[in-house]
Design a protein around this ligand. Structure first.
Ligand SMILES: NC(=O)C1=CN([C@@H]2O[C@H](COP(=O)(O)OP(=O)(O)OC[C@H]3O[C@@H](n4cnc5c(N)ncnc54)[C@H](OP(=O)(O)O)[C@@H]3O)[C@@H](O)[C@H]2O)[C@@H](O)CC1
Ligand SMILES: Nc1ncnc2c1ncn2[C@@H]1O[C@H](COP(=O)(O)OP(=O)(O)O)[C@@H](O)[C@H]1O
Ligand SMILES: [K+]
Length: 476
């Protein structure tokens, strides 16, 4: 069993692949052995999470997720605890593995109760796993609510009940403090509502390491390879970044992106403000070179375009789309969503293989896809992939568990970052960081995954007592 941390890359498999892996794993073992392993792993983690808990409430649902719970209960009983099992569903309709586990729990003298205890130190959530097919209702839903309210710690088996393991979307779900994912890690644990629902994620492969042949649906991003800065190098070795944005009233957005590019190691950083009356000099960051827009030649540069761009950015886009490398953010994306000609130019850029990264938040993604924010958030992996394919660009779909998709289908989920980033300007900082990496010649997907990871890590390591602002983040 391993704690899932951002210190390495992890493979993530969807429900369909997990089902195939489960079938192969079960077929290679004696009957019921896989579920017995699952229950033992759950019981071990329960003991580690709440070593001093006497009563452990185990809520078991109608399928095999419930079976894992019965198995866990019988181990806890054998170890001197007092598990109290609440069972939902008709025994006659239970899958065979779960029914076997229920009978073993009864035979071991595990106590069953119709109601949840008023309070408990630890609850084990074995109500629904990857078989959750519809919004929970009735007694099942009541138990889910009681679990979150009454237990000091909640350990969810495989998936927090009610969460869609593929998408991380949910109508209602248990809010766990710990989740033990079995056989595979599932994408929904790490994006959309998943991170709030899961708490700390743990992983147990149940002794089945052979998952070859099942392509992961995504990778959780791990630490980037450190950037070499050889002694025999000069500012030209790290490339030029240009930032175009800062329409009237929004100059700060362009400055944030430019400062972030500078602090992320770009050789030289230029700013072209869309507001003609913007200052010609950034007094507190004199290393930035503010230039009239029409004097900047983007063809040798990595351009971050759109930060605070307003409507004015549309006029620059035909020229911006010829930049050597390009990050399109915010209003640049909105302008492209509204203009078929710009869309065609972006698609052509993709066909030429010019490095391009789009950084939409969910609403910007919805505009580009001609859909709705709810639809994008309903399946973030699919939305990011659709955009990446359509525009031949790397796409960073921002928000909790940012999804990064490349046009060739490679997909990543970022495990770093937190809601302290949910403030104006942090997206501009991200665009600048990506541009700095593109300027140095990094491949678009590598630049995007590395920048998203480090941007989130900076927020995770931010001192609790220090306000996180976009300007502080830009120079972190
Ligand atoms: N087999 C093995 O060896 C191993 C299995 N493993 C474990 O099995 C889990 C998958 O088991 P599973 O396929 O039985 O699905 P599960 O999540 O228990 O739910 C299905 C049941 O719930 C019901 N149901 C669904 N939604 C509902 C709702 N909203 N409200 C009410 N009912 C609802 C659904 O009913 P139906 O939709 O059929 O009417 C069905 O009865 C997996 O997550 C892992 O924990 C692992 O330990 C590895 C070893
Ligand atoms: N709840 C959250 N958890 C993790 N990251 C978040 C969260 N909310 C926002 N972020 C991150 O903060 C940044 C916000 O970007 P964006 O919405 O474009 O803001 P702005 O345009 O004001 O800079 C993105 O990188 C996004 O992924
Ligand atoms: K569960």
């Amino acid at each position: 069993m391993q704690r899932v941390t951002p210190e390495r890359y992890w493979s993530v498999h969807d429900i369909a692949a997990t089902r195939r892996i489960e079938q192969r794993a079960a077929a290679a073992l004696p009957p019921h052995a896989l579920m017995r392993r699952a229950g033992l792993a759950v019981a071990r983690l329960a003991l580690a999470v709440a070593p001093h808990a006497r009563t452990v409430w185990v809520a078991c649902g109608p399928g095999n997720n419930g079976g894992d719970g019965f198995e866990a209960a019988l181990h806890l009983k054998a170890w001197g605890k007092e598990p109290l099992v609440t069972q939902v569903g008709d025994e006659a309709r239970m899958p065979l593995d779960a029914r076997d586990a229920l009978q073993r729990a009864r035979a071991a003298g595990v106590q069953f109760a119709g109601e949840a205890p008023a309070q408990c130190e630890l609850a084990i959530d074995a109500l629904l796993g990857i078989g959750s097919t519809r919004p929970p209702e009735g007694r099942l839903r009541d138990l889910m609510v009681q679990m979150t309210a009454r237990a000091r710690a909640v350990l969810s088996v495989d998936v927090p009940s009610g969460l869609d393991a593929d998408t991380g979307s949910r109508a209602a779900t248990v809010l766990a403090t710990h989740t033990l994912s079995l056989l595979t890690l599932k994408p929904g644990l790490f994006t959309a509502q998943g991170r709030d629902a899961c708490g700390q994620v743990w992983f147990d492969d149940l002794g089945h390491e052979d998952i070859e042949g099942e392509r992961p649906v995504a990778q959780l991003v791990g630490p980037p390879v450190p950037w070499p800065r050889p002694h025999a190098s000069h500012k030209g070795s790290y490339g030029d970044v240009a930032v175009v944005g800062g329409a009237p009233g929004m100059a700060g957005a362009a400055v944030l992106a430019a400062r972030a590019a500078l602090h992320h190691g770009a050789g030289r950083v230029f700013v072209g403000f869309l507001d003609p009356s913007a200052p010609a000099f950034d007094a507190s960051q004199p290393d930035l070179m503010v230039r009239p827009l029409d004097t900047l030649d983007f063809r040798d540069m990595a351009l971050a375009c759109g930060c605070g761009g307003g409507d004015a950015v549309a006029a620059v886009l035909p020229r911006a789309l010829r930049a050597r490398a390009l990050v399109l953010d915010a209003d640049a994306l909105n302008a492209i969503a509204a203009d078929a000609q710009l869309q065609a130019q972006l698609e052509a850029r993709g066909r030429r293989g010019s490095p391009t990264v789009l950084t939409p938040h969910p609403l910007e993604a919805a505009r580009l896809l001609g859909s709705t924010t709810a639809c994008v958030q309903g399946d973030r992996l699919v939305a990011a992939r659709d955009l990446a394919q359509r525009f031949g660009s790397v796409v960073v779909l921002k928000g909790s568990g940012s999804v990064i998709a490349a046009p060739d289908g490679r997909t990543w989920i970022n495990p770093t970052g937190n809601a302290r980033l949910a403030i104006a300007g942090t997206g501009d900082v991200l665009a600048g960081m990506i541009a700095a990496r593109l300027a140095a010649g990094e491949e678009a997907a590598t630049a995007a995954t590395a920048a998203v990871y480090l941007h989130g890590l900076a927020a995770d390591r931010w001192p609790a007592g220090r306000p996180l602002t976009a300007s502080a983040l830009a120079s972190a």
